[in-house]
Design a protein around this ligand. Structure first.
Ligand code: SF4
Length: 311
């Protein structure tokens, strides 16, 4: 059902709208088909929104006094920089409801990084599309990517993991946030964070346990900053192996010898890539019900939604 889906902003041309300067589109079947079952796309084209027609004269970025300007390619006296920023600012109430944004790469309006930009007559790939830049300034924790960054299955999966966590964060922020709820949120994500970045997990634990004189607003801001940063790191097989190994140790006392050997064998197979994470988690799950520690008993790691999303 539409309302249960993850709300994802997307450049209109990636969804097949004929809104490009040349009158065409850049439909991306890989992303759309992988995500449409679980995501509700909110498609948008900033250039047409600010009144540029289709087809239209192309734009490009220029560095001027260390600031990016979006100018006409053939007529550089056309400058739509402020209009594109205003467009992003006027839509903040809509962007606030999104849990991710997927942009068209290399666009002077939409590209989130590495966009072609002219500096002193030389071409660089150091720009950010003006609309994308303003949107990211307004919502610094929102997971964003372009279609090129998501072309590999592992990258798409990692991105969706961030998106699912961010969506849970939005829901937590929408409730009456207090330190107890924040700690509970962290405990349920403990294993997941460890699988991405063990050091970051320790930093977050330290942050929460040394927060006596901090306001909840300040604490939450620091927490989400560090959390989203940690999830940018791809969860490696080796990190998963360590987390799964710690789960095996945890349930050891509940296992007879046959069960224990089966899990040990599956763990070894996981390490070399012949057993999936889902299979192992399926073996662990019945024993996790006997756990009292929330970090294990209610862990989101045991129900890796982002993996299910991309089945
Ligand atoms: S890249 Fe952005 S501005 Fe360009 S056509 Fe696509 S949605 Fe419109």
């Amino acid at each position: 059902m539409k309302n249960n889906k993850i709300k994802v902003g997307i450049s209109g041309c990636l969804l097949g709208e004929n809104v490009r300067y040349d009158g065409g589109h850049r439909y991306n079947s890989h992303i759309v088909e992988a995500l449409q079952k679980h995501c509700h796309f909110s498609n948008f084209c900033p250039e047409t929104n600010i009144g540029l027609g289709t087809p239209r004269a192309p734009l490009q970025l220029h560095w001027q006094n260390n600031s990016l300007q979006c100018l006409g390619v053939e007529n550089p006296s056309i400058n739509v920089t402020q209009q594109l920023k205003d467009c992003a600012n006027h839509q903040q109430h809509l962007h606030q409801q999104l849990s991710a944004y997927i942009f068209k790469k290399n666009s002077p309006s939409c590209g989130p990084q590495g966009v072609k930009a002219i500096r002193d007559g030389q071409v660089e790939f150091t720009g950010t599309g003006i609309f994308a830049q303003q949107l990211q300034e307004n919502f610094p924790h929102l997971p964003v990517a372009d279609e090129g960054m998501l072309s590999q299955a592992e990258a798409l999966q990692n991105f969706m993991q961030r998106v699912v966590v961010y969506q849970r964060w939005q829901s937590l922020k929408g409730s009456d946030l207090n330190k107890t709820r924040l700690e509970h949120f962290h405990q349920r994500h403990y294993l997941l964070i460890k699988s991405h970045d063990e050091m970051a997990c320790q930093t977050l634990e330290h942050l929460l346990s040394n927060a006596v004189n901090r306001s909840i607003k300040d604490l939450a801001e620091h927490y989400i900053n560090a959390l989203m940063e940690s999830l940018r790191k791809t969860a490696s097989r080796e990190n998963h192996f360590k987390v799964l190994g710690s789960l095996a140790d945890r349930i050891r006392t509940h296992l007879n010898q046959t069960q224990f050997h089966r899990i040990e064998k599956s763990l070894a197979q996981f390490r070399i890539g012949t057993c999936s994470q889902q299979t192992l988690l399926g073996l662990f799950k019945p024993y996790m019900d006997k756990e009292s520690d929330i970090r294990y008993a209610q862990s989101y790691y045991l129900a890796p939604h982002a993996l299910e999303l991309l089945d």
